[in-house]
Write a protein of this length. Sequence first.
Length: 510
Amino acid sequence: VSGKDSVRFDRAIPGASALLESLRGVGYSPWTAIADLVDNSIASQAKRIWIEFLWRGAESSVRIIDDGFGMSEVALVSAMRPGSRSPRDRRSPGDLGRFGLGLKTASLSQCRVLTVSSRVSAAEAAIRRWDLDHVASIDDWQLLVGPPADREDEASIPADLESGTVVLWTRLDRLVGDAGVGDVEARRRFFETARHVENHLAMTHHRFLAGSHPRIELYVGTSPAMRVKPWDPFMQNHPATIRTPPERISLGAAQVEVQGFVLPHRDQLTTEELEEGAGPEGWLAHEGFFVYRADRLVVYGGWLGLGSPRRWARDELHRLARIRVDLANSDDDEWKIDIRKSIAIPPQGIRDRLRGLAERVREESRQILAHRGGRGARAAAEPLVRAWKAIESPRGVSYRIDRSHPAVRRVLEAQRVDAAWVDQMLQVIEATVPVQRIWMDAAEQAEIRGAGRDSEADPVILAALRSLYTHLVRDLGVDSQEAKQKLRQVEPFNVYPDEIDALSEQEIQK
Ligand SMILES: Nc1ncnc2c1ncn2[C@@H]1O[C@H](COP(=O)(O)OP(=O)(O)OP(=O)(O)O)[C@@H](O)[C@H]1O
Ligand SMILES: [Mg+2]
């Protein structure tokens, strides 16, 4: 025990080998580990990122190259330190890091030698490496200088980059082990992992890859490298996808944005679209919540422990339901984001709102699956006669009763109308209100709505207004002012007060 005065302490320095070996067990997969390194590249403002899998049996390597701003020698040594930054540091809004661990932990979970080479200009690169076997042999925090023997080429940053970083993984004990170069099965697994990495990144970073001017270009492969195409979990380009209006939920100072999606039934998808919609882990795995942290997808399915009375599990009935949730990187504490950034737990204050939205979207998924693609969407031999028609115009969608529906036509064409027929017609109409369709259209028009009500009066409604006014005044002998007063309180005439004022007895239809 040492120390003066009141502060007495022991120095408790972590055992180098024990700690580094334990950190390997945090639970990364090759693809979540690489996604973490891509986060680092993005934070360094890289525009292009290459991920290369080089097969050489036990000597195989994986490397991640970026054209970001790189690190000076001092910065590199600091970056290689486990716990290089505190999670309590405030980060800039686009920074995908948090714990100061990812580079080391993610990498060393997959390999025993991590080499990082970086340069901030055309000058020589700084190179440092962690070698777990070296650390074990001396049990000290010795960060080695330079690349492993015979690996200079792989550690070098392409000459055409102004600045950038190479992260090189060698001695891939978990990915390859001591397989020989000719081990066909091991080689197949190695490249299968590469494909999985590609699919995974297409998902986790899809927002960075999407659009006509994507924020990054990402390549995964050997040579020639394959450009990764984004995967949109919500099939937003498919016309049959249903969406709820985007909602903002405030929680203290933080704001969360949420939106629900119901993907199309398989009957409405081509084989390719069906395959596409399944995503890297399949329809069932990807039902539920998709949580983004600063645009990077961290949770890609599951119901976040919500549901009552019992927590919802993933099941077939809800496989079309996907809900987008957007967080800022300042919300980490509230959401208990973990070191791998693969877990997010919604704070108590918004669980009810999230559950409410999820209930609606889940219900919609059940409906669509029960009706095989929605009411009448199945290609039946005879087309379904529907009571309602949705009519689309530039002003939006309106819903009309189809006059050719038998229950309606009977009333319209009758010489003498039977009250029972009218009642039956109304029952048909009431039973078939296209709630789902209206809900989905309203969601799509969320932005348009509020831009101001049409000022133009609907001539059909005005005609009905005049006809009713005439009926009241002429046939029932109601006083003109009183008739107007009544009509002002009747839907849909209540939104036409000026037109009602303008009604006059002279106008009464003969
Ligand atoms: N490709 C890169 N280009 C430039 N700097 C990098 C790169 N990768 C890492 N760094 C620097 O190294 C530091 C440590 O990275 P590391 O991934 O270990 O932690 P972090 O990103 O800060 O937090 P987290 O543990 O949440 O990922 C980063 O903060 C960054 O400054
Ligand atoms: Mg990081």
